[in-house]
Write a protein that binds this ligand. Structure first.
Ligand code: ATP
Length: 305
């Protein structure tokens, strides 16, 4: 049996002859936060709907906890908390009735946790679900998803419509959930900034295909910026380095974006006697811009930052 919490194998969905999800292979490790990044229309929600079993693939497979998702695997939903960007609740329920319905439906329902989160987010129990604001609906959906004690949390644009303070609370909750070691998170978004502080892994979906997929720690460890002062200009030899993703200068201060062993790069640069040099970390946005630019995807990714 597969050790991945989520796995897709050549997962494809075609509408009217167009593959909106096109042979996607994903592997999400248990206990990780996996960011699925893609511009509007990239196919994120379609991919997620296939994982949730709400639509069937045209070809390929979606697997949760090693089991192939099909019409017969509704039991898997007991283990999955799912939050979409437009939560739809049965409109004739008050919040407390909806909670009671979830408590009956989900075997792992954690009453205490639900109560704590409802208090924390100050969700009015007596209100009709249809009269909640968009932000409150999102918060309620997240509370319900967390209260089933999910082994997998699937979040499709979970902070859409939330203000900055609530966003921070949502991120904290997600991180606390993952810190238990039992929960895996798959988070789809079209904003790179959403992933910067929380994701372990980022995969980029563009026109239905995964263009790029990396562990962030690895990426951050290998991608750094060196600033060095060369009054006579950057030595020609340095401009030819294979590990140099990008370089620019303001007067004699040269900024080099390096993808590789930073210590080796610093040592090599030092041999050219700069007046001064230092190594600095890159933001995720800078890493993206430079990596994707080098790989020829720069224009596509500018939509994501
Ligand atoms: N039922 C359908 N019939 C035809 N085309 C569809 C259907 N569902 C989705 N699509 C198309 O599939 C493409 C991907 O849509 P999807 O909603 O999966 O993208 P997304 O990445 O989630 O976008 P967004 O970030 O805007 O929500 C879009 O071009 C969309 O119009």
């Amino acid at each position: 049996m597969s050790s991945w919490t989520v796995e897709t194998v050549h997962l494809t969905k075609t509408y009217q002859g167009t593959s909106v999800v096109d042979h996607v292979n994903l592997q999400v490790e248990k206990g990780s936060i996996y960011g699925l990044l893609g511009p509007n229309g990239a196919g994120k929600s379609t991919l997620i709907r296939m994982l949730m079993g709400s639509i069937l693939p045209t070809s390929g497979e979606a697997r949760l906890f090693g089991e192939t998702v099909s019409e017969a695997t509704t039991h898997l939903r007991q283990r999955v908390g799912f939050v979409t960007d437009q939560p739809i609740f049965y409109p004739f329920f008050r919040v407390e009735e909806l909670i009671a319905f979830y408590a009956k439906t989900y075997e792992g329902w954690d009453r205490e946790r639900c109560r704590t989160l409802i208090d924390q987010f100050q969700i009015p129990l007596k209100k009709w679900t249809r009269s909640l604001s968009k932000g409150m609906k999102m918060q309620l959906a997240l509370i319900l998803a967390l209260s089933i004690r999910p082994q997998l949390l699937v979040l499709d644009e979970p902070t859409s419509g939330l203000d900055a303070v609530i966003k921070q609370q949502v991120y904290r909750l997600i991180l606390e959930e993952v810190a238990t070691g039992e929960t895996t998170v798959l988070l789809a978004t079209h904003h790179l900034g959403e992933l910067e502080r929380i994701a372990d892994h980022v995969a980029v979906l563009y026109r239905g295909q995964i263009l790029w997929s990396r562990h962030l720690e690895e990426l951050k460890a290998h991608s750094r910026k060196i600033q060095a002062v060369f009054p006579e200009g950057l030595p020609a030899e340095v401009k030819e380095w294979s590990q140099l993703l990008h370089c620019e200068n303001q007067g004699s201060v040269h900024t080099l974006i390096i993808d590789g062993d930073i210590q080796v790069a610093m040592k090599q640069l030092n041999e050219h006697n700069p007046l001064y040099m230092e190594s600095l970390p890159l933001t995720l946005e800078e890493i993206f811009i430079h990596h994707t630019g080098k790989e020829g995807y720069g224009d596509a990714f500018r939509q994501l930052v």
